[in-house]
Design a protein around this ligand. Structure first.
Ligand SMILES: [Fe+2]
Ligand SMILES: [Fe+2]
Length: 150
């Protein structure tokens, strides 16, 4: 059965590919496609995954760093959303967001996953994958219905 690491890694790969497309086209539409992928991904990690790492002393620091990297990405995304694709800072900001995401993905797939493999059993990692997928489905459903995410 798939673990949380399998699912998150697949999504990371997808998003990194989307950044290549967004850099090539420079379009706002390409940015929104990225947003649709990364918003539920980050929300799912923050709601279901990072809290498990925060509970344990040995992984608390890397979990906190991961939240901070998410916040950095969210701030850049927010800034880009308020910009036109022809704005002179567009490419620079988009590139910054891409770099933040690449760095975060690297941290996650090395340090975060490594620590978490000590903390979660194989079975817990599989159960977490199911919970995460359910969370994402309901998150996306709420967005489509225009409901509040609170
Ligand atoms: Fe991730
Ligand atoms: Fe993350």
């Amino acid at each position: 059965m798939e673990t949380i690491y399998d699912i998150l890694s697949q999504e990371h790969k997808l998003v990194l590919g989307m950044f290549e497309a967004a850099m090539a086209s420079g379009s706002k539409e390409a940015l929104f496609k990225i947003k649709v992928e990364i918003d539920p991904h980050m929300a799912g990690e923050e709601k279901l995954y990072y809290p498990l790492l925060e509970e344990k002393e040995e992984s608390r620091d890397i979990a906190r760093k991961a939240y901070m990297e998410h916040n950095e990405a969210k701030a850049l995304m927010y800034e880009l959303e308020g910009m036109g694709e022809s704005s002179e800072n567009w490419t620079a900001r988009l590139n910054e967001l891409k770099e933040v995401i690449i760095h975060h993905v690297q941290d996650e797939e090395s340090k975060v996953f490594e620590k978490s493999r000590n903390i979660l059993s194989q079975r817990q990692a599989e159960e977490l994958a199911q919970k995460y997928l359910e969370f994402k489905k309901s998150y996306t459903g709420k967005i489509e219905a225009g409901e509040s995410l609170a």
